[in-house]
Each structure stands twice: as C-alpha cells, then as structure tokens.
Design a protein. Structure first.
Ligand code: SF4
Length: 141
C-alpha cells in the first residue's frame, strides 16, 4: 500500500480521538479566498506556554485485535485497514516538519497483535525521532 493511502486511512481513524476541534475538517477555497482546508491529519493543540501548535495526528495502526463496541477501529467493523512502520512515521513527521506543515506529532494506535507489541512499535518510532533525528516535539496518548 502507498504511503499516502496509509496516511489517509490512519489520519481519518485518528479523528475519533477527540482531543481537539480541528482534525478531520474539510473546507474548499472560495474564489476570493486563500487556501483549502483538507483532511490530512493535522490538528491543533496548545503548548505549555499557551501557543496554538499544529500536530500531525495519526494512528500507527487501525488493525485492532480488540472489539470494543463503541470504536470505529474494532476488529468486527468493516473499514479499510493500514499500519505504519515506525520508520514510515518518523520519516513522515520529519518531512512534514521540514516543510513547516506541523510543529509536532500526536501519535496513538489501535492494538496490533497485543499491547506489549504495540507499545514496542510506538517506542521504536519515538526512539528514531528522538535519537536519530533529534526531534523533540512529540505528544502522545
Ligand atoms: S482497543 Fe482501542 S482501538 Fe481497539 S477496539 Fe478498543 S478502543 Fe478501539
């Protein structure tokens, strides 16, 4: 699966994680306006100093082994599935950051295989970003 297809699926899945008001919104530019709003997984939050910051808000995976009835990502639900590798998330974050699209990463995930395995993959992502890319703007839940 192409990276952009994964991004569409996993940014869309993350919008149900209601931590902000702006993720998942779409707005088409008018003739006299500037810029489109699009569903690309970028949301806004507030830093400790009160600044509004843009975050890449995605799931690592929506392939969940559990079946929580209220959840869009439950294993019994018929939705498109995708999983990023830790390297893909790290590279995507750095590329978005260098283009000035985002200031940080908001990363969560469904449970892949089991909770320990999922946490190891999340940790690997953070490790690449922090230690290899020296990236210090990470937010998680
Ligand atoms: S474990 Fe999380 S992602 Fe998986 S079905 Fe339950 S609420 Fe959804």
């Amino acid at each position: 699966m192409e990276l952009l297809d994964k991004l569409k699926i996993l940014a869309d899945s993350a919008k149900y994680d209601a931590s902000c008001s702006s993720s998942g919104s779409r707005r088409t530019n008018s003739k006299s306006g500037i810029g489109n709003g699009d569903v690309s997984g970028i949301c806004h939050s507030w830093g400790a100093d009160g600044r509004c910051i843009s975050l890449l808000k995605i799931l690592m995976s929506n392939c969940c082994v559990y079946d929580c009835k209220y959840c869009i990502n439950r294993c019994s639900n018929s939705v498109k599935r995708a999983t990023f590798t830790p390297r893909e998330i790290a590279d995507l974050t750095i590329q978005f950051y260098k283009r000035n699209y985002i200031e940080g990463l908001f990363l969560s995930s469904a449970v892949i295989r089991n909770p320990d395995y999922t946490m190891e993959r999340l940790y690997e992502t953070i490790f690449i970003l922090r230690k290899e890319y020296q990236f210090n703007r990470l937010y998680s839940c």
